[in-house]
Design a protein around this ligand. Structure first.
Ligand code: G3P
Length: 216
């Protein structure tokens, strides 16, 4: 499973890119608004940091508007992926953009049926929102697992981005049920590096060494 970072914060993207663990970025209107910066500027900076898929979301709600915005987003950089909401209009736009050779990420996916429609329209990626499903006591990981099985049965090439990840367990389970990608917030990525036994192990190694050979 590949790791993307789910943020529009350029410093966070740079930090994780430096660690060599990130192969793509997803943004959405909320994440861009949170930074309070111009969409085009933010995207341009991100394309200079990460050489991999970068999702930028349309804000139109009608298919025509989504296609027009999508064409502009795709023109920004060869790595741009047009993020489209999972609606009737969104599916229509996805089909059109696919015909134009533009890659899409159908977002706000919460069911196998929605995933089936998006894949049928030719979506490059779909983003099931694990965290938001689990916020409402649904099994988000089961939805990812079911979508993966369905894609495998029918040979869909659409890749699953496990999104809206809030916990270490949701990230681990996404990997275990076969999400192709997880897009992960900075804070969850940071936490993923650590384990109390790793810290304790290092402490013991260092003190044993110092006891035998003195301080470095
Ligand atoms: O990639 C989708 C993600 O940004 C949504 O996350 O935390 O707003 O549910 P969240």
């Amino acid at each position: 499973m590949k790791l993307f970072i789910d943020t529009a914060n350029v410093e966070h993207i740079r930090e994780m890119a430096d660690l060599g663990i990130i192969s793509g970025v997803t943004t959405n209107p909320t994440l861009i608004a949170r930074e309070g910066r111009d969409f085009n500027k933010v995207i341009k900076e991100i394309t200079g940091i990460i050489d991999g898929p970068i999702s930028g979301e349309v804000i139109s709600l009608d298919a025509e508007g989504m296609v027009d915005e999508g064409i502009e987003i795709a023109k920004m950089h060869k790595n741009m992926i047009v993020k489209i909401p999972m609606t009737e209009q969104g599916i229509k736009a996805t089909k059109k953009l696919t015909r134009l050779g533009i890659k899409t990420n159908v977002t706000l996916v919460f069911s196998v049926n929605q995933a089936l429609l998006a894949a049928t329209a030719g979506a490059t990626y779909i983003s099931p929102f694990v965290g938001r499903l689990e916020d409402t006591l649904h099994d988000g990981i089961q939805v990812v697992s079911d979508i993966r099985n369905m894609f495998d049965i029918y040979g869909f090439k659409t890749q699953i981005i496990s999104a809206s990840i809030r916990t270490l367990k949701q990230l681990a389970d996404s990997a275990l049920v076969g999400a192709h990608i997880a897009t992960v917030p900075y804070a969850v990525l940071k936490k993923s590096f650590t384990h109390p036994l790793t810290d304790k192990g290092i402490e013991t190694f260092m003190s044993d060494w110092e006891e035998a050979f003195g301080k470095k």
